[in-house]
Design a protein around this ligand. Structure first.
Ligand code: GEK
Length: 261
């Protein structure tokens, strides 16, 4: 036991399993038709490499979710990872729990992702129970939640459904609970918006993506990933019932917010 009475944290394993690090080459050859991006088996197989080389700060956010969980998880509550993909944030939540009798619910609508997430959870030796669900997060009940994570998932929900989803999440949370919302964002200032988009392009190039890969992936995501501004996210979270909302992490046009009920 530590002096504050909490359980000691187990040693921290690597954030990501090396077996999951297949190289993303999905958009490396010129494609005649670029279909809308889907989270299928081909993407699930390379997902860890893809997100690490595409989202500046992803690894830091995953690591900090552990710290935030340790702070906010309450005994006997549920912790949700909505849009869990391969379970990067799920395992970080699991490592951060020091409160007793917690349960994690990890949800993703892609069967290919959930299958692999389930295996990662099985490989991870930690006693906190994790339920993995293949479902649309718009249809999942949220109850007795102290921590909810939407790590780069809301951006894939049709904009018209976002307010309703956040209201449902807030209603299912305990007072004092936290929503961690990470998103790609756009900026009202046109100059800044273009600058940060260019810097993101440079980030991807520095991580080995070619101009062709970057532009084909951008086309595939155009109608699928719809980013919004930070003020739009803040206003919607406050309207949904959260009391305190602000950004705790930002790297270029990617940020993460805390919304406390
Ligand atoms: C991580 N959080 O590694 N219902 C459930 N899942 C959905 C839905 C939906 N309606 N729409 C999209 N998804 C993860 C990364 S990735 C982010 C999240 C990215 C799922 C989708 O299947 C995918 O697995 C995930 O949301 C988005 O911390 O690829 O940029």
């Amino acid at each position: 036991m530590r002096p504050d009475g909490k359980k000691p944290l187990p040693p921290r394993p690597p954030v990501l399993h090396s077996a999951a690090m297949n190289k993303d080459r999905i958009y490396s050859e010129s494609l005649a038709n670029i279909a809308d991006f889907r989270f299928d088996a081909q993407v699930a197989d390379v997902f860890t490499d893809m997100i690490e080389r595409s989202v500046p700060g992803y690894r830091s956010i995953i690591t900090m979710i552990e710290t935030l969980t340790e702070h906010y998880a309450r005994p006997g509550t549920n912790l949700y990872d909505l849009g869990c993909s391969l379970g990067g944030a799920t395992l970080s939540i699991r490592r951060g729990i020091t409160a007793e009798n917690c349960r994690i619910i990890a949800v993703d609508s892609s069967e290919a992702m959930v299958e692999r997430c389930r295996k990662a959870v099985e490989r991870d030796h930690n006693p906190t129970p994790v339920e993995t669900l293949c479902a649309d997060i718009r249809a999942v009940e949220i109850a007795e939640a102290s921590v909810v994570v939407l790590n780069f998932t809301l951006q894939f929900i049709p904009p018209g459904d976002r307010a309703g989803l956040l209201e449902k999440i807030c209603a299912g949370m305990k007072p004092g609970g936290v929503l961690i919302l990470s998103e790609k964002v756009v900026f009202e200032d046109g100059h800044l918006n273009e600058l940060l988009a260019d810097i993101h392009h440079d980030f991807k190039k520095a991580h080995g993506y070619s101009d062709l890969e970057i532009s084909q992936k951008r086309s595939a995501l155009e109608n699928v990933l719809i980013p919004e501004t930070i003020p739009a996210h803040k206003a919607r979270l406050l309207n949904a019932g959260f009391k305190s909302v602000d950004v705790w992490f930002q790297c270029f046009n990617f940020m993460s917010m805390l919304a406390v009920k």
